[in-house]
Design a protein around this ligand. Structure first.
Ligand code: IPE
Ligand code: IPE
Ligand code: MG
Length: 245
């Protein structure tokens, strides 16, 4: 008699928070002889698909790295194209996102953004504030080091003002001064396009995230690819420094 197929070890719950470094738009366009901005435009379709897939995968928080603090170095035409896509995405999708229970939150340095984008973000956040199905965090003009420096500065100000003692500064105090306050740390960080680095993304928050690197370029990334990554996550053994079961 053949052996029954071994049942897999008890799978982890799905990740509550998935964070994605959406990389490879430029290479996607280049491979087709197209300008980079068309790669970014195609990337928006992947965003739409991935956002819609979260609910059925049980994901409660999705953070998308849309534009890093270093991406300002890119040619002005590319930066302008990316900002236009962001405007278009929020204007076109806001109603549907709001209807579907999505709450929008933007992290990053707003002082470098155009005033109309700052206003659009404020509108999107206000309109969706009470939604609970999915929190969509958009990292825009975001850098993890800047975020930590900013937190240190504000903590130092409180210490200098006598409102906080140095010995009371702990991980909770630091976390509560980050822009992600109130958002659980990402369980899973996915990066597309085969690059294997964080590029200044959620440096503090990803301390114990599972990392999955996918070769596909971002415009080719689908809901199925997200489901596959979630499946791989559920087979991982998260130990947090312990010695395991
Ligand atoms: C990711 O795609 C999108 C942003 C960084 C805004 P890239 O534009 O980095 O694409 P590659 O890495 O050049 O292929
Ligand atoms: C990281 O991708 C930023 C985003 C995906 C928004 P980059 O393409 O900018 O990162 P590097 O330069 O390859 O590290
Ligand atoms: Mg890139």
């Amino acid at each position: 008699m053949s052996q029954p197929i071994a049942s897999p070890a008890v799978a982890l719950a799905p990740p509550r928070h998935v964070a994605i470094i959406m990389d490879g738009n430029g290479r996607w366009a280049k491979a087709r002889g197209l300008p980079r901005n068309l790669g970014h435009r195609q990337g928006v379709d992947a965003v739409r698909e991935v956002v819609r897939a979260c609910k059925r995968l049980g994901i409660e928080y999705l953070t998308l790295y849309a534009f890093s603090s270093e991406n300002w170095k890119r040619p002005q035409s590319e930066v302008a194209g990316l900002m236009d896509l962001l405007r278009l995405y929020i204007r076109r999708e806001l109603d549907e996102l709001a209807r579907n229970g999505v709450s929008i939150r933007v992290i990053g340095n707003r002082s470098r953004l155009a005033p109309d984008i700052v206003a659009l973000i404020a509108e999107a956040e206000a309109k969706t504030r009470d939604n609970r199905t999915l929190t969509l965090v958009i990292a825009l003009s975001y850098g993890g080091q800047d975020e930590i420096v900013d937190a240190c500065r504000r903590i130092a100000e409180r210490v200098a003002a006598g409102a906080l003692r140095p010995e009371d500064v702990d991980t909770n105090v630091v976390a509560s001064h980050l822009q992600t306050v109130g958002i659980p740390d990402p369980d899973l960080v996915i990066r597309t396009s085969g690059e294997q680095r964080l590029s200044n993304f959620l440096l503090w928050q990803s301390a114990y995230s599972e990392l999955i690197f996918v070769d596909k370029l971002w415009p080719d990334f689908s809901a199925q690819d997200l489901a596959d990554a979630v499946g791989e996550f559920q087979r991982r053994d998260r130990r947090y420094g312990g010695s395991g079961a």
